[in-house]
Write a protein that binds this ligand. Structure first.
Ligand code: ADP
Ligand code: MG
Length: 238
């Protein structure tokens, strides 16, 4: 069974077609990168998978179950955004615990699991800190812990590292890959940065104009670009 299946997904905003008849399968435990230039429809695709945007046409399934009309909070998915949006007046631990608030978990268990998550993202020493005492990279790790605590079937990350400097970005990429490997976590990772996609991805879906123009393992995509767009986009080292 696939973790995610998208069938002919289309999203129009008035006259604009942001996502255009897009079909895609994400396998269990795989890290799939959606790679493409700004405005090509990556975030809209992700938001439809997560239930934050309703498709104009087409179907979304997660874990074999059609969820096209299921609200976000009932889907087995979780999203980490570029702007990590932590609660400024809660501690780091409380921010991570918050992920479980809706789940009917006891206070003690919630705290225990939040501490495990903080250990995983190497922030155990900061549980009583306020988010604004942390660096950007540390804040993003808190956001990651908050998303992972619910053990989502599918974790989606929308340009999560694009606000970080180069060194931190590389460090976080390694950490994310480790977490992905350790948990066998299915991830959809959106980026416009081809280096990032080639570093992280098990498979890459290259997007242009609301469509996936090529899907494949990184070397395959790199060595055999299917269209001129892919060739030029990959050749364009930014
Ligand atoms: P990406 O994440 O690849 O940069 P987006 O999915 O954010 O692209 O956007 C795809 C297109 O849809 C863009 O032209 C964008 O301006 C448009 N768009 C996205 N969200 C909305 C919205 N809520 N209303 C109108 N247009 C939107
Ligand atoms: Mg985007």
């Amino acid at each position: 069974m696939s973790a995610i299946e998208l069938h002919s997904l289309t999203k129009r905003f008035g006259e604009l077609t942001a996502v255009d008849d897009l079909s895609l399968e994400v396998k269990e435990g795989e890290l799939l990168c959606l790679l493409g230039p700004s405005g090509c429809g990556k975030s809209t695709t992700m938001r439809m998978i997560g239930g934050l945007e309703r498709p104009t046409e087409g179907k979304v399934s997660i874990n074999g179950e059609e969820v096209t009309r299921t609200p976000a909070y009932e889907r087995d998915s979780s999203i980490v955004f570029q702007n990590w949006a932590l609660f400024p007046h809660k501690t780091v631990l409380e921010n991570v615990e918050f992920g479980l608030k809706m789940d009917g978990v006891s206070d003690a268990e919630r705290t225990e699991r939040a501490r495990e998550m903080l250990e995983m993202v190497q922030l155990s020493d900061y549980e009583d800190s306020s988010p604004n005492e942390l660096s950007g990279g540390q804040q993003q790790r808190v956001a990651l812990a908050r998303s992972l605590i619910v053990e989502p079937h599918v974790l989606m990350l929308d340009e999560p590292l694009s606000n970080l400097d180069k060194r931190l970005k590389e460090e976080m990429q390694l950490e994310l890959k480790e977490i992905h490997d350790d948990l066998d976590q299915t991830m959809v990772y959106v980026t416009h940065d081809q280096n990032e996609a080639f570093t992280l991805a098990d498979r890459i879906g290259v997007m242009n104009d609301g469509q996936i123009v090529q899907v494949g393992e990184p070397p395959e995509v790199y060595n055999n670009p299917k269209t001129q767009f892919v060739e030029e986009f990959l050749g364009d080292t930014n």
